[in-house]
Design a protein around this ligand. Sequence first.
Ligand code: ADP
Ligand code: MG
Length: 621
Amino acid sequence: MGQIVVLDQNMVNMIAAGEVIERPASVVKELMENSIDAGATKITVSIEDGGRKLISVADNGCGMDGEDLARAFEPHTTSKIKTSKDLQGISTLGFRGEALASIASVAQVKGTSRTKSEAGANCIEIDCGNKNGISPASADYGTTIQVRDIFYKLPARRKFLRTANTEMGHIADQFTRIALANDSLDLTLIHNGRELYRLPDKDNIRRHISTLFPIPSSGISENLIETESNEKGFQIQALMGKPSISRTSRKFQYVFLNSRFIRDKFISHAIKEAYRGLLEPNRFPVVFLFIRMPYEDYDVNVHPTKSEVRFYNANLIHSQILGTLREKLLGTDLQTQAKLPRPTGSFQSQVGSAPGHRSQAIADAMTDFFKKHRPVQTQEQFGYKSKHHVVALRPSTGQIPESRIGPATAFAETSQPAPEIRLEQRRFLQIHDSFIVVQTDDGFDIIDQHALHERIIYERLSRRIKKSKLESQKLLIPESFEVTPSGADAVKTNAELLEKLGIEIVPFGPKTMAVQAFPTLLSKADPLDFVQDLIDLLDRKSAQGRLPADTNLDGERLLDEVLNMVACKGAIKAGQRLTMSEIEQLLLDKENTESASRCPHGRPTTIKFSISDLEKQFKRT
Ligand code: ADP
Ligand code: MG
């Protein structure tokens, strides 16, 4: 006898529920989406015990009459599509006709609904797939679905539910996504009788963000930069977090496509690229991205919970998003504002929003600086005019240091000459041979000399290399070095890049190569050291494989890393004493450099302090 049986409908639903209904939060998502599809303007979500006991979603949408209410809980029943043609341009959040049937197969469900034209409401109760008939009820127009004791007949799945807090966290996440995507709706989330979120319909997206992310220390909403574009058939609206509020995960990246929360690796990649050089590699930006495009240009029918879609022109989307975000970021002043400690706290322990050791270094430098300069006299002692207009004051010795650096001036050829007026106003000071303190109109900046110089060199190199190759000079005697087979391979595959950089490497016997020409710009660096590091980098990169998007970003990214390396090697080091004119040049170059507030690795170059903050610290106000 055959072994195969046809599963009964309830089993089919339970299996389908396994895909769509993972936990209480999935129920909240499906029910809220149904309410939105029903045209609701007000939705109230009430939860008890993290959704284990009750999930109730009440809306003021179009409602259902008795017949539809009974049918809605049958499998594969939907009012949203009719023919296969409708699948090609789905404008509603739902369309699979599975959610209500799935939910009703794994819990006790009560649905109450009334259309505007009906005098009374109807209700239906289903207990894990066992349905009662429709009965009259009293209710306002709209629909309320109550889901009790989810998975109570499925101990294996019930066991997987986490604590009420954890489940509530997931519910809040779903609620947040829907709230961000629909800032014109009136939404409320209640847990155990307590209102967690109330988002009135008059709110705008920024207010929604402040309500949904109320962490005072991050102040997300105040640190968002807004940009928009509308080109090539789609609209992008983005609220981008400044680098100072970046995160350790992608959790704070919200992407919405026609009001549907989605995850997409092309889009994530475009966001990451847009912040390239503005964030450290292990940090992720906070981004709220809203995309609108014709429904026909993508397919939502590729994932049971529809959180992934398939774009028909993913490369175009990638480049539009990258372009829009990057342009705005590069055009925005992203300087890091120092966060001074609360006046009662110890100064040294808390200065700076800059990450890690750097903030400590700055805190130390600051403490030192303030020990030597009484606040009352700060202005006088900060610097004074001489025939050179400005002198950096070195309180311990009073001497003007000799130049000990090469690279700062090695790049001076394209720098702008300093206009006199500016110099007269500029007051600065190098501290610990590593940081430069510069007076500004409303306070002062502390600049990390290495980080800033790195950015300056990096920008200059990328500008030049875009136009043509870097100028190079022949070495008097070629310098030979040993090379591994994969290293030799890397040289061969990257011949074009090396040529652009002005580096000439030729085979020089077995396992040996020689550097014949080297970029003039790097005259201070040791050619062998540099070339060997470069080959290592190229070798490592070719082992790492390619990017998901089939764009020419691979090449760009590689060039970028190489330029990063060049900039790092060519830049003034921490601990290097600078002359007046070198500092002046650095400050002037800063003004003419794009993204000067961050080094190419994304660390801040400059931390701003305002006098008003200091006045508070010294209790002058
Ligand atoms: P889908 O949303 O994919 O159509 P569902 O199982 O979620 O499938 O819902 C089935 C049908 O029930 C919907 O197509 C809709 O007609 C109706 N429905 C569900 N929820 C509501 C609601 N809150 N208000 C009005 N109609 C609803
Ligand atoms: Mg649905």
